[in-house]
Write a protein that binds this ligand. Structure first.
Ligand code: NDP
Ligand code: 8X3
Length: 257
């Protein structure tokens, strides 16, 4: 295992779920953090919590990854001590609605594609040049099992995560001679804020997603992220699919009762 002490890790979408758990896990491992999300109050709260618990440096910035100019400005104006980014964790993402395509609301498609695909591209494009120049770095994308298998009522979310899968693979090819690792971690059902967002705050629908099984929790995926990030430099975990034990595919889930 390679030490992360003193490394700089940039994580998108840290105010909830997998991003938040990963921020805490990287901080515990001694990494300095660049953190972003849109909800400023939660962002400040997390930055404070990390500063209280761990002796690491934090640069927390309110950022909507869908806004290309803001992404570029944010990366261009990093304080000197955060300029050299060792690891980028592209985590910010969402799904909107779970409806048959012809009954779905196109507004949700824009949000999903703009965040999961275009946001990931903007952030990666802003960060990569310095990694290419230094010939070192690691991009870790949070994909999904939805990037491997389509499922009913998930056309646009599945398409967005298939795109993440394709982007990850192409990037790895484009960076083959640059000593830069590109990985994707593709979870199944993780109980986070994801379903509350997907169902526009409908708590019952959100809870039902995980009913009758023990889902993954955000810390399980943070654990996987840390594993991927701490392999020796010649080892690239290209793709890691992580399911709860009671899930075998997007559509095959064993529920009790
Ligand atoms: P959460 O809803 O708990 O967290 C999502 C995070 O993304 C929040 O911190 C949110 O912050 C941030 N975010 C959303 N949109 C933007 C944006 N435009 N700009 C910046 N930050 C944004 O969900 P998860 O932790 O579950 O989701 C994290 C990733 O994991 C996503 O990519 C998701 O697709 C993926 N995933 C989730 C699975 C699950 O079952 N939960 C399974 C497989 C993959 P804020 O609202 O403050 O901006
Ligand atoms: C989120 C998990 O199964 O709802 O990526 O697509 S799922």
């Amino acid at each position: 295992m390679v030490s992360l002490k003193g490394k700089t890790v940039f994580i998108t979408g840290v105010t909830s779920g997998i991003g938040k758990a990963s921020a805490l896990a990287f901080a515990e491992a001694g990494a300095n953090l660049i953190l972003c999300a849109r909800r400023e109050d939660l962002l400040s709260k997390l930055a404070e919590e990390i500063k209280q618990k761990f002796d690491v440096k934090i640069h927390a910035v309110k950022l909507d990854v869908r806004k290309k100019n803001d992404v570029n400005k944010m990366v261009a104006s990093l304080p000197a001590e955060f300029i050299k980014i060792d690891i980028l964790l592209n985590n910010a993402g969402l799904g909107r609605g779970l409806n048959k395509f012809y009954e779905d609301n196109p507004d949700g498609w824009e949000e999903t594609i703009d965040t999961n695909v275009k946001g990931l591209l903007y952030v990666t494009y802003a960060v990569l040049p310095q990694m290419v120049e230094r010939q070192e770095g690691h991009i870790i994308n949070i994909g999904s099992i939805a990037g491997h298998e389509a499922y009913p009522k998930g056309a646009v979310y599945c398409a967005s995560k298939h795109a993440v899968n394709a982007i990850t693979k192409s990037l790895r090819m484009d960076l083959i001679d640059k000593n830069i690792r590109v990985s994707t971690i593709d979870p199944g059902l993780v109980e986070t804020g994801f379903s509350m967002v997907r169902f526009y705050g409908d708590e019952e629908k959100a809870k039902n997603t995980y009913k009758g099984l023990t889902p993954l929790i955000a810390e399980d995926i943070a654990d996987a992220v840390l594993f991927v990030a701490t392999r020796k430099p010649h080892v690239n975990i290209a793709q890691m699919v992580v399911f709860p034990t009671a899930q075998a595919s997007s559509t095959l889930v064993h529920r009790n009762g």
